[in-house]
Design a protein around this ligand. Structure first.
Ligand SMILES: NC(=O)c1ccc[n+]([C@@H]2O[C@H](COP(=O)([O-])OP(=O)(O)OC[C@H]3O[C@@H](n4cnc5c(N)ncnc54)[C@H](O)[C@@H]3O)[C@@H](O)[C@H]2O)c1
Length: 348
């Protein structure tokens, strides 16, 4: 994918201190974009954002998405042409413990970024990052399509369904003029990549156990998920923002997920991990816990035919990259590895 479109462009990223946000900011920086980020401090320790010292290469604003005045000021003053909205409470299990905070951040956060954009005439293209979990769970054999029913089950998933509806309403109500920004939502699968330190995610759990020399415990080994490398999913966001900037008729909702070969059970994913991290093994353990979908897959025909987007790294390559990153010992090595993976993926 050619990223020259982004060279010299002013881009605003919410959630830039998070896992995906740090990767996205670094891709944009390598492409020569002028990046401003707005986010709370990273919630994890360690954090990829800190390890790679990304904040010193961009304008990093630490602020709360629930604070409309502060967010609007940041957007207005940075005068971006492109905005990616990633700031969210993104964890399913935490959303059961903290539903109110999850809805506040994920729903009102979306209202606030759209309000900020409404009053910032420089913005031409907006991508709201939601998730594969926005769909009503049908437990059927097919991938979900963009026109399937939105009704996420748990508070996290449901808050993202609401974020989709908020975006749709703003598009209809405020962004329908010819000079309005193009507004889209991007629904991606479960991303994996170096530097994810979140709780309750399978790859970070694998890395933590392997580093400690322990056996990996897998909660739901039979659940099927669309696993993809973080750069595959970011390439979709970047392509969408670029294409709809050039042609506003392309705005809408898009799925970005892996090909079928990478839609595997969690047990199969962990087995691949164990092949690359020699000496590790895993066991299934029913620990109880909240409801989770058994089978989740995305139909990405729309992104492939309209945007000409395709995933590049299958599950084996993705896991190999995760393990390569996770075995590094210093921040210098991690920063170099992050740059190398971006370089390999986008062939700068
Ligand atoms: N990681 C995945 O597998 C996955 C899959 C589908 C969708 N997503 C979506 O991608 C986005 C990024 O996810 P991630 O995995 O990088 O998560 P993350 O937890 O690493 O990052 C979340 C970011 O949001 C920020 N944030 C949280 N609450 C905030 C608030 N009140 N105000 C301002 N900033 C706040 C955090 O500081 C952080 O920068 C989220 O919207 C998530 O729902 C992630």
């Amino acid at each position: 994918m050619d990223l020259s479109f982004y060279t010299g462009k002013k881009v605003f990223v919410t959630g830039h201190t998070g896992f995906k946000g740090t990767w996205l900011s670094n891709v944009l920086l390598q492409a020569g974009a002028l990046v401003t980020g707005y986010s709370l401090k990273s919630a994890t320790n360690p954090s990829l954002f800190e390890q790679t010292n990304t904040g010193c290469r961009m304008t990093s604003i630490i602020g709360d998405i629930r604070d409309l005045a502060s967010l609007s000021k940041a957007v207005r003053e940075s005068e971006p042409e492109i905005v990616f909205h990633l700031a969210a409470q993104p964890l399913v299990r935490l959303s059961y413990r903290e539903p109110v905070g999850t809805y506040e951040t994920n729903v009102m956060g979306t209202v606030h970024i759209l309000e900020a954009i409404r009053h910032t005439p420089s913005v031409r293209s907006f991508v709201n990052v939601t998730t594969d979990k926005v769909y009503e769970i049908r437990e059927w054999h097919w991938g979900y399509r963009e026109n399937d029913n939105l009704d996420g089950y748990d508070p996290y998933s449901n808050s993202k369904s609401c974020s989709e509806l908020v975006t749709s309403s703003y598009r209809n109500s405020f962004f329908s003029q010819p000079d309005s920004p193009s507004v889209s939502t991007a629904r991606s699968g479960n991303v994996i990549g170096g530097g994810d330190y979140s709780e309750d995610r399978i790859i970070p759990d694998c890395v933590r156990a392997s580093r400690a020399g322990k056996q990996i415990v897998v909660r739901n080994p039979h659940s099927t998920r669309p696993y993809q490398h973080v750069l595959d999913c970011l390439s979709g966001y970047l392509l969408l923002a670029e294409k709809q900037y050039q042609d506003s008729s392309l705005e809408g909702s898009y799925n970005f997920g892996p090909d079928d070969v990478s839609c595997v059970t969690t047990g199969a994913l962990v087995s691949v991990f164990c092949e690359y991290w020699k000496g590790t093994s895993w066991i299934a353990q029913k620990i109880g816990g909240p409801h989770e979908a058994g089978f989740l897959k995305l139909d990405c025909s729309k992104a492939k035919s309209v945007l000409h987007w395709n995933p590049h790294w299958d599950i084996n390559v993705a896991v190999e990259k995760v393990v390569e990153f996770a075995r590094l010992g210093s921040d210098e090595e991690r920063n170099a590895c992050l740059e190398k993976h971006i370089h390999e993926y986008f062939s700068f």
